[in-house]
Design a protein around this ligand. Structure first.
Ligand code: PRP
Length: 203
């Protein structure tokens, strides 16, 4: 039996589609249920930022998480496979027609991703004051809370509709299949069999 933590929302849907394609049968969560048993698999539906915790503490053997979440949390997990879904970019966003002045003594950046932001700006030797937010990041520069944001851009609609534009792309993200390091030893055959079938299904 393998337990797999999936992040709620679109990545979960796309990942379940990959499993359906792999095993040629439907994988559907009932209504508000958070656990789905299907054959030798148990799927857990969790918040995307919580996937690494479930896998790290071995409540799940494996998980699917965005590279952005894995990088932000510097999670000590084995990355098995890029699933090629949930593609997005991690970008610096600024109000249109307002150039970000990197020579300011300190730039105020609003973001959910403190570590990624800190690492990026310190690699450029730019001093930043990071304002940690939990959502609706695009609002911050519009009301003077920050000079710019570091956020995920998927379609670009949220930035566009709020008068922001991409100043720089920091990195790209997509959903990755990860596994617990102990599970990778104790359940190696099951995990590698699943890895191989998923890899074939997404090729
Ligand atoms: C994410 C992200 C952006 C938006 C980007 O937010 O933080 O706000 O999606 O998507 P787009 O480029 O397709 O417009 P999410 O929807 O997770 O909501 P949140 O603001 O509550 O974090």
């Amino acid at each position: 039996m393998l337990t797999i933590a999936l992040p709620k929302g679109r990545i979960a849907e796309d990942t379940l589609k990959i499993f359906e394609k792999t095993f040629k049968k439907p994988f559907i969560f009932d209504d508000r249920k958070l656990i789905l048993h299907e054959g030798n698999f148990k799927f857990l539906l969790v918040r995307s930022q919580d996937v690494p915790a479930y896998v790290l503490h071995q409540a799940a053997d494996m998980g699917v998480a965005g590279l952005d979440v894995l990088e932000e949390q510097e999670a000590n997990l084995t990355r098995l496979l890029d699933l090629g879904v949930g593609k997005c970019k991690i970008c610096i966003g600024v109000p249109k027609n307002r150039k970000l002045d990197f020579s300011l003594p300190e730039i105020k950046i609003a973001t959910k991703m403190e570590n990624i932001t800190r690492n990026y700006f310190s690699s450029k030797a730019i001093s930043v004051n990071i304002i940690k937010l939990y959502g609706s990041i695009e609002l911050a520069p519009l009301v003077g809370l920050a000079d710019a944001i570091v956020d995920l851009v998927e379609t670009g609609s949220t930035m566009e509709q709020n008068g922001l534009e991409i100043a720089e792309v920091i990195s790209r993200s997509s959903a990755h299949l990860v596994c617990n390091k102990n599970s990778f030893i104790s359940k190696k055959e099951e995990i590698l069999a699943l890895y191989t079938s998923i890899k074939e299904a997404i090729c």
